[in-house]
Design a protein around this ligand. Structure first.
Ligand code: 2RA
Length: 329
């Protein structure tokens, strides 16, 4: 079974390789793919030396699966070429997520929708994945009417240059500004560009992708996405209004038994999720679970996850694992 990692030299690509190794993914051949400037670069992985190849070479090698983290333009241009050659693509960009003919997958929620015919599969946005993983079982039990979410997003979501800006600021070094403003000791209420409705692309992803993944366009979602000087992961304050009442202990128990979710919620021991401690882990951590006393049938939660892992690389590899385990490739 051949697997291609497209964008192998990028931040998410490097973590996809780590996750492949950690989870002992059953490939027989690994193809590392990057832009022309990286072609020929030798990368050591699992004790073997791999020479980075270009996109057309990778297409011609006909891998069964290609996992992409190479930006929307590359995905729009090359995912169809891989698919036409018989490869199943799992793409991390936003290029295909809202395409009605493409599936938007969080394996624990809707991998069962996948068939052999799905040759381009979209990996949701990182901030969406961690939120819907907690929301899905609660929607099933209590029916969600509305979600209000505020995010506190890691600078790793912007990329390696943003981390460099933060480190330069901390060291007092003048350097390239990725953000319009200083990020150290600051919060920037803008993740990605603004849409005409005054929301950012990030905030609209949270709204649109949540409805698609949960399969319910009636769910009302409003989001405020904020960039914060943190590297370990994204944090989210989520307020959820249900059609039906709930019991907080039952909510905690449902989440505790949800694959991929770890409940960290004990005020006596000051136990709650934090990005510094979620970094490098594949789970979604949920805490501060409490009733919203200002409104009936409404719950507050605090949700934290490593945005590069469950928010990107791990979710992608889990989709690939599902395809292999269910003989869809
Ligand atoms: C961000 N979710 O955090 C976006 C893309 N990774 O910037």
């Amino acid at each position: 079974m051949k697997i291609a990692v497209v964008g192998a030299t990028g931040m998410v690509g490097e973590i996809m390789l780590k996750v492949l190794e950690e989870r002992n993914f059953p490939y027989t051949e690994l193809i590392l793919v990057a832009s022309e400037k990286s072609v020929g670069k030798v990368i050591e992985f699992k004790g073997q030396k791999h020479t980075v190849v270009g996109l057309q070479t990778a297409v011609d090698m006909k891998p069964e699966i290609a996992v992409f983290s190479a930006g929307g333009h590359t995905s729009l241009d090359w995912a169809p070429k891989f698919a036409a050659a018989g490869t199943t693509v799992i793409d991390n960009s936003s290029a295909w997520r809202m395409d009605p003919s493409k599936k938007l997958i969080v394996p624990e929620i809707n991998a069962n929708e996948l068939t052999k015919d799905d040759k381009i599969i979209a990996n949701p946005n990182c901030s969406t994945i961690q939120m819907v993983l907690a929301l899905a079982p609660l929607h099933k039990k209590y029916n969600i009417k509305r979600v209000v979410v505020s995010t506190y997003q890691s600078i790793t979501g912007t990329g390696v240059k943003a981390v460099q800006q933060f480190e330069n600021e901390c060291a007092g070094i003048e350097g390239d500004m990725v953000y319009k403003y200083k990020i150290n000791r600051n919060c920037i209420p803008q993740c990605d560009s603004f849409e005409v409705n005054g929301y950012t692309k990030e905030e609209m992803k949270l709204s649109n992708e949540t409805k698609k993944i949960l399969g319910d366009s009636s769910i009302a979602v409003t989001a405020t996405a904020v960039r914060v000087p943190v590297v370990g992961g994204h944090s989210e304050a989520v307020n959820v209004e249900f059609s039906n009442d709930f019991d907080v202990a039952e909510v905690r128990n449902i989440l505790h038994h949800t694959d991929g979710v770890v409940v960290q919620d004990n005020l006596d021991t000051f136990t709650y999720p934090m990005p510094r401690y979620a970094e490098g882990k594949n789970d979604v951590f949920v805490g501060r679970i409490r009733r919203d006393e200002s409104q009936a049938n409404t719950l507050n939660m605090w949700i934290v996850a490593d945005n590069l892992r469950k928010g990107a690389a791990t979710n992608t590899i889990q989709i690939a694992e599902y395809l292999v385990a269910n003989h869809l490739v």
